[in-house]
Design a binder for this molecule. Structure first.
Ligand code: NI
Length: 173
């Protein structure tokens, strides 16, 4: 299991669409393990493949509390097949947008269809933090970031901060 570098805003790959997997093989399972390892190390509660520079439809999540045993989930080709009308608001952050948090409103509950790490077809009903996290990660697969739900002013402020930081890093190297 390797630790991968996490792509940070304003890297353009974060705006790109990810492709589905045709099958789940050993290489796909290795990618899942790398993603989980990278997510736990960060630490974070969710990671999409695009965040380590791989434009494929896979997400990993674990919303277990720190004192609880780990509950790693790997969702391959995830698809939301139902969303509740009821919404909920959570403060979100993103490993690709460090130290930035804001409230986002999303459907409170969803049903998601996916292939697991063994390639088995699964369906899962998600609510609470898991629902928010899965929706946030699936958005990544379509080039959507949580800051895209904020006001234009807030979003521009965040992007400006990261463009400036990237420029400074470039100047220093
Ligand atoms: Ni994210």
């Amino acid at each position: 299991m390797a630790l991968r570098d996490i792509v940070i805003l304003p890297d353009n790959i974060l705006k790109q669409h990810s492709d589905s997997f045709a099958l789940v093989d050993a290489a796909v399972r290795d990618l899942a393990d790398d993603m989980l390892n990278t997510m736990y190390h960060a630490p974070g509660i969710g990671l999409a493949a695009v965040q380590i520079g791989v434009l494929r439809r896979m997400i990993v999540v674990d919303v277990a509390r720190e004192e609880e045993p780990r509950e790693p989930l790997c969702l391959i080709n995830p698809k939301i097949i139902w969303s509740s009308e009821e919404t909920s608001e959570h403060e979100e952050g993103c490993l690709s947008i460090p130290d930035t948090y804001d409230l986002v409103t999303r459907p409170a509950e969803i049903k998601v269809q996916y292939l697991d790490r063994d390639g088995a077809e699964c369906e899962r009903h998600c609510n609470g933090l898991l629902s928010t996290c899965v929706q946030h990660e699936i958005d990544h697969l379509d080039g959507v970031l949580f800051i895209d739900y904020l006001s234009r002013l807030k979003r521009q402020r965040v992007i400006k901060k990261f463009v400036k930081a990237a420029k400074q890093n470039g100047d220093n190297s």
